[in-house]
Design a protein around this ligand. Structure first.
Ligand code: NG6
Ligand code: CA
Length: 515
């Protein structure tokens, strides 16, 4: 029996040793993971630096978003990587500037997936750290293989192939067909007897278009947006079929909040990462009846109130489930603001004294700061930095390595070129932030910010966004140099006064491009 005892002891020792050398069992990993904070990232669309009261808006009030700022850190110097949606989102998810990859400008509604399924991604990294990962809302990064999405079959690759466990998506934008939700690999509520056809070049089927039947429209385009009419609104692109699958524009936010709640509730046993990518405040701006006429600023103002409602719903859900004390809430926008973005929704006429960009020069699409300087608020569950304002220079490209560090991921692969671990900045401990960053405008030219200076590459292009939103592109034949600290609204081009500075920043930008 002594021998038996020794054998048992030996087995126990070997067993322990074995245990230490191999990965943790699923159960121990689970219990450690459950201590990790959840992450809810509310990524809004086209919301400007001056569009919410936390950032100084006086003509509109956004109490739920402001509460995040009261309980968290408000960043005064935060940038999306680009002045349009697709490249900014590409950077958030991949940790790389989008201009490194061809074809990452504003994606068509039938574009193939733009993210390489083999590369490191933010959701993929969090997944390796035990997170359940989900995206609810706007995708706009393409779907399917090089043939594009198969709307009537399995839509793949997509979010599930780049690190998300769950997806409930607006495939591109609210103003692009097909106007249907996609859940994981399939269009939601699709009747197989009524298949969807989509074409971005020519008309398919016989559904009326805004161009041919303007009398059927409840919201008229001001520019483009005159193809197939869905729910009284003409869109970009032609479609037919999928009647039972069409979304209802007035309840999109309710649908997204509902799917977010279900995702949160189903993630109790492990930490979760939810990217809630709102349709608000992109065009077409169709507020739910709860918000119609409530802002006094027309649909654009009404959907800002609707966005605030979304934030309130999500925070309340976390509170009710006792999760707010263990959840990081991040709030930001994919690019700067635009007033008329192609529909006659009276946004310009009813703007009054409201300044969507908070006085910054330019707006969505632009090389000036109005294009990509955006609101960013982070509410830490333990009250870190509560009610403070940070002037540190921060970029959304850094969330990949920063959240990876937070989640305890030891290795982030080298295919991530641009993302830096700036967790100390996001926590408010480092008030300087990045030394430099790059901004992409809609036709490609880049701007380079380093310290107090900003350089904009010269480009022979239009000075105003060509299709009429009255936004300065920031394109000039000559290089531009601004002292952002003294001149945050980029009024005085100092390039001819400081030619060496121009040369220096130009060279540094060129070096970054070589990476
Ligand atoms: C533009 C659209 C604009 C918007 C934008 C993409 C016209 C005239 N304008 O081409 O309405 O859809 O693309 O916006 O069609 S983003 O926020 O998704 O980048
Ligand atoms: Ca956008």
């Amino acid at each position: 029996s002594f021998f038996f005892y020794c054998l048992c002891a030996l087995l126990v020792v070997v067993g322990c040793k074995d245990n230490a050398a191999t990965p943790k069992t699923e159960d121990t990993a689970r219990s450690e993971d459950s201590k990790k904070s959840n992450i809810v990232f509310i990524y809004t669309d086209d919301l400007g630096y001056g569009d919410i009261s936390a950032y100084g808006a006086t003509e509109i009030s956004t109490p739920a978003i402001d509460a995040l700022a009261d309980e968290g850190i408000l960043f005064n110097n935060a940038y999306a990587t680009a002045a349009t949606c697709t490249p900014s989102r590409y950077s958030l998810l991949t940790g790389d500037y989008a201009w490194r990859k061809k074809g990452t400008g504003v994606a068509a509604g039938d574009e193939a997936l733009l993210i390489d399924t083999k590369r490191t991604t933010l959701p993929g990294v969090l997944k390796t750290a035990g997170y359940k990962t989900g995206i609810v809302g706007k995708w706009h990064l393409g779907l399917g293989d090089e043939m594009g999405p198969d709307w009537n079959g399995k839509i793949s690759p997509g979010p599930l192939e780049v690190g998300f466990d769950y997806a409930y998506m607006i495939p591109a934008t609210g103003d692009r067909v097909p106007c249907v939700f996609v859940e994981n690999h399939h269009v939601v509520n699709l009747d197989p007897n009524d298949p969807i056809s989509v074409n971005y070049k020519e008309k398919v089927g016989d559904w009326p278009t805004g161009k041919e039947n303007p009398e059927l429209l409840t919201m008229k385009p001001s520019q483009g947006h005159n193809h197939t009419i869905v729910n009284g609104i003409s869109r970009i692109g032609y479609m037919e079929g999928g009647k039972t699958a069409l979304w209802d524009d007035e309840t999109i936010p309710m649908e997204l909040v509902n799917k977010s709640k279900i995702f949160i509730n189903s993630s109790k046993d492990q930490p979760f990462f939810l990217l809630l990518s709102t349709h608000d405040i992109h065009v077409p701006r169709v507020a739910n009846s709860m918000f119609q006429g409530k802002s006094g600023m027309g649909p654009r103002g009404d959907v800002i109130l609707q966005l605030d409602w979304t934030v309130n719903e999500i925070v309340n859900t976390l509170k009710e489930k006792n999760l707010l004390d263990n959840t990081i809430v991040i709030f930001s926008s994919d690019n700067g603001p635009v007033v008329d973005d192609g529909y006659q929704d009276q946004a310009r006429e009813l703007l009054g004294n409201h300044q969507p960009s908070g006085g910054l020069r330019g707006g969505k699409y632009s090389a000036y700061d109005g294009g990509s300087k955006v609101p960013l608020i982070i509410r830490w569950p333990d009250g870190t930095g509560k009610g403070t304002v940070s002037d540190a220079l921060v970029s959304q490209v850094d969330f990949l390595r920063s959240l990876a560090a937070l989640a305890g991921v030891e290795k982030v692969y080298d295919d991530v070129v641009d993302s830096q671990n700036t967790l100390d900045v996001f926590l408010g401990d480092n008030t300087a932030g990045r030394t430099s960053l790059i901004q992409e405008s809609f036709m490609g030219p880049l701007s380079y910010i380093e310290g107090e200076w900003k350089y904009i590459e010269p480009l022979d292009g239009p000075t105003l966004v060509p299709w009429g939103p009255i936004i300065e592109t920031g394109f000039q034949l000559e290089p531009q140099l601004f002292h952002l600290k003294n001149d945050p609204n980029e009024q005085e081009n100092l390039a001819s006064e400081y030619p060496e500075r121009v040369e220096e920043l130009k060279t540094k930008l060129a070096d970054f491009k070589k990476h």
